[in-house]
Design a protein around this ligand. Structure first.
Ligand SMILES: Nc1ncnc2c1ncn2[C@@H]1O[C@H](COP(=O)(O)OP(=O)(O)OP(=O)(O)O)[C@@H](O)[C@H]1O
Ligand SMILES: [Mg+2]
Length: 487
């Protein structure tokens, strides 16, 4: 059963149960009050039998009763009758006075009703002075008083109030009330149903359709959360999931593109030296280098090409091993300042050969200890420096190494004045196989592994690496090390 059908069924049940409860409650209340299970009628009648008059009418009745007790003959006085008739009319009731069973005075409203026929007979003890009577479909409540006149004739006094007849009430008002209740209940249920549908079913439908789109591989849409409740949170999480999935799919695609590029680059990078090597070896076989100098030149070229190939293969191999976390780190407590100093010394010759002006800040001073795998860290730094050499396009080439200490960390920055890296590429330079500007890289060569290897190594040291660049001005790569604390 769908959620929609479940909601319809549960609302219909609520409706039926509410009406049943209402009817049962009304029946039970009537039963409790009247003690009679047959109808509401006794309940209604008893109430008016015990209290047929309103307080105002009751007080006029009391006045009349007092007159009947003290000077009953006055009740037959025309002006008194008219006076009380008027007062009772204002209080919405009527007066009837009998003498020896005959009506002596009756309010005009009682004319033609025949109520006098159903009123009780004379009863000197006045035991039952309040009650109600029915005549046709009309219903009256009354209070009476029977008395004896000085001439021994028997008189009766009635204050009568017409009540809404029970039959009319039950036949008109009750069905009306029940229908009204029914209509209100149905309306409330319909409104609730639409409210629930809008708040629950619609968002669920949206989620279902979105899931179907994702299944089809379409991730280019947004799931908007319409509310803050659980359904809203579910939509929000669904949207987060879609975004993450899209990011990862995009990343996979990017990797795929990079991988393809890499394979084509590797093929190219391997093909060129191999073609050269092949050519030179064929030349040697055919005896082309006929002098020792020529032979040396041939062999040197073969060697250089073989070394380049070897390096590329090494790099790939190292990267994949680091990526699989298969390379163990040999950490030794090292003075970072001395280590950098030594490394800059080693690189200085090569850099100056390439026309670089080398600056190295933070030379002397107290040792700054860190845990280091010197060979691997050297590899990381060399990769960074190689980039500065490879990409620098200025005549006046500069490279600056700086070591600073802040907040328990040591920070090495390597800054060049090369072409810099475009803003949107900065984030990706540490991704494997990523090369910011492929056209420039075609010329410079390289697989896009240098910085990703550096990053793997730095992270293996629990450090961090970052790059900042001002395109056209230069690039700053910084590595942060944790200061070694003796335990
Ligand atoms: N100092 C720099 N100046 C300008 N661009 C840089 C610099 N360092 C890195 N880059 C950019 O970042 C990219 C990634 O560098 P990375 O060292 O990972 O790869 P690569 O140098 O292209 O190849 P490899 O280092 O494997 O030979 C480079 O291709 C280049 O576009
Ligand atoms: Mg590089």
């Amino acid at each position: 059963m769908s959620v929609r059908s479940k909601i319809i069924v549960s609302y219909t049940l609520v409706l039926v149960v509410t009406i049943l409860i209402f009817i049962t409650t009304a029946f039970l209340v009537a039963l409790a009050v009247t003690g009679d299970a047959r109808s509401f009628k006794p309940f209604y009648t008893i109430h008016f039998t015990l209290q047929p008059l309103t307080p105002e009418q009751e007080s006029l009745y009391m006045d009349l009763k007092y007159i009947a007790k003290t000077s009953p003959e006055k009740l037959y006085d025309d002006s008194l009758q008219k006076d009380y008739e008027f007062q009772l009319r204002v209080a919405k009731s009527t007066l009837l006075i009998r003498k020896e069973g005959d009506v002596d005075f009756a309010s005009p409203q009682l004319e033609g009703t025949g109520v006098e026929r159903v009123l009780p007979d004379y009863e000197l003890d006045n035991i039952r002075i309040r009650s109600s009577v029915n005549i046709g479909d009309r219903f009256y409540g009354y209070a009476k008083y029977d008395f004896v006149l000085p001439d021994q004739s028997r008189g009766s006094l009635f204050v009568i109030r017409e009540l809404s007849p029970f039959a009319a009430l039950t036949s008109k008002l009750l069905p009306l009330l029940i229908s009204l209740l029914f209509v209100v209940l149905v309306l409330a249920n319909v409104m609730l149903y639409f409210f629930i549908t809008r708040r629950i079913i619609k968002p669920l439908d949206t989620l279902r359709l979105s899931a179907a789109r994702i299944k089809e591989g379409d991730l280019d849409f947004r799931v908007e959360a319409q509310s803050q409740d659980e359904i809203g949170q579910l939509s929000q999480q669904f949207e987060d999931m879609r975004r993450k999935l899209k990011e990862s799919v995009d990343l996979q695609l990017q990797y795929e593109v990079n991988r393809k590029e890499l394979i084509s680059n590797i093929s190219h990078d391997l093909k060129t030296p191999i073609t050269t090597i092949k050519g030179y070896i064929e030349g040697i076989r055919d005896g082309v280098p006929n002098t020792k100098e020529k032979m040396d030149k041939y062999v040197d070229t073969i060697l250089t090409k073989a070394v380049a190939m070897d390096r590329l293969i090494d790099e790939l191999f190292l990267y994949s091993k680091l990526d699989l976390k298969k390379v163990p780190f040999d950490f030794v407590r090292t003075d970072l300042r001395a280590f950098i100093d030594g490394l800059v010394g080693e690189l200085r010759f090569e850099l100056e050969q390439q026309g670089f002006q080398v600056e190295w800040a933070c030379k002397g001073g107290a040792p700054l200890y860190v845990l280091l795998d010197p060979d691997k860290m050297k590899r990381a730094i060399v990769n960074i420096v190689e980039n500065s050499i490879k990409f620098c396009d200025k005549r006046d080439k500069k490279i600056r190494f700086t070591l600073t200490e802040e907040a328990g960390k040591l920070k090495l920055t390597i800054e060049d004045n090369g072409p810099g890296i475009a803003e949107d590429a900065v984030r990706s330079v540490f991704d494997r196989f990523y090369r910011a500007d492929s056209s420039r890289n075609m010329r410079t060569g390289g697989s896009g592994l240098g910085l990703s290897i550096a990053k793997q190594i730095v992270e293996g040291h629990q450090g961090s690496i970052g790059v900042a660049s001002e395109p056209g001005e230069g690039t700053v790569v910084s590595i942060t090390f944790n200061v070694y604390e003796e335990t």
